[in-house]
Design a binder for this molecule. Structure first.
Ligand code: ADP
Ligand code: ADP
Length: 232
């Protein structure tokens, strides 16, 4: 379970002080797909980046299976981070590397042997449906294919959590559907917990069980997707 306990994040810039996340408490169950929606600037990215300690909270606790992420340092933090994959709106692929090399990158950084890397990459390429495109460069791929590479790379370390930050926002509607189907398949097959940031309600309706609505750093509504979208 991912648990936020009274978490705030305050940014100090030269001009002003911004409360990006304001006393948020939230629980996300293992294996669920949880949606976080809200307008630009609502604090969604900041909230989600606190799950893998890309942004340490200013106050409060972020617990993953009862381990307080804010207390982890060094090797323990690196290890826990490896259990959390992330995909992005603009894919964040390395353009000088092939599909296979992009997917192998997290394993290479961890010092996994060449043979094992190749085996894992082949498995993931099959899972995300990129067979035949192993040696292509990102510039030769469609947007949907690029995000498939992003997904495969995020899964290389066998994470138990996948963070998706506007992962379909740069894609056309048909490609969005394909990527959402892929996320559903992975969730079912690998039982990975997913936290999905989006400004598109239809994305949440399609794949999420529970959701939270953020506004000005606060959670203004939270519950099951069915309840929140039910007409009164
Ligand atoms: P969202 O993901 O909902 O668009 P963000 O979490 O990116 O929202 O941003 C929430 C608020 O925090 C915004 O006002 C944004 O400008 C501010 N913010 C985000 N990151 C930083 C940063 N590194 N430094 C200063 N302010 C930031
Ligand atoms: P995107 O829309 O592509 O997600 P963001 O608006 O979230 O991009 O910002 C990209 C980067 O800039 C993030 O690392 C974020 O933390 C940082 N950032 C966002 N708003 C601010 C701000 N007001 N001051 C400083 N950094 C910011």
């Amino acid at each position: 379970m991912i648990e936020f306990k009274d978490v705030s994040k305050i940014y100090h810039t030269r001009q002003n002080t911004i409360t990006a996340v304001d006393k948020v408490s939230l629980k996300i169950g293992n294996g669920e797909i949880f949606g976080i929606v809200g307008y630009s600037g609502a604090g969604k990215s900041t909230l989600v980046r606190m799950i893998n300690s890309l942004e340490p909270p200013t106050s409060g606790q972020v617990l993953i299976d009862d381990v307080d992420m804010t207390q982890l340092r060094g090797k323990a933090l690196r290890q826990t981070r490896q259990e959390i994959g992330m995909i992005f709106q603009h894919f964040n692929l390395l353009w000088s590397r092939t599909v296979r090399q992009n997917i192998e990158l997290p394993l290479e950084l961890k010092g996994v042997s060449k043979v094992q890397r190749a085996q894992k990459a082949a498995e993931l390429i099959d899972l995300v449906g990129l067979d035949g495109r192993e040696d292509a460069y990102p510039s030769e791929l469609s947007g949907g294919q690029k995000q498939r590479v992003g997904v495969a790379r995020a899964l290389a370390n066998d994470p138990k959590i996948l963070l998706c930050d506007e992962a379909t926002s740069a894609l056309d509607p048909a490609t969005t559907e394909e990527v959402l189907e892929l996320l559903l398949k992975i969730n079912r097959k690998l039982n990975i917990t997913m936290v999905v940031i989006t400004h598109e309600m239809h994305v949440v309706r399609k794949i999420c069980q529970n959701m939270a609505v953020m506004d000005s750093g606060r959670i203004v509504e939270q519950g099951s997707v069915l309840d929140i979208f039910r007409y009164p």
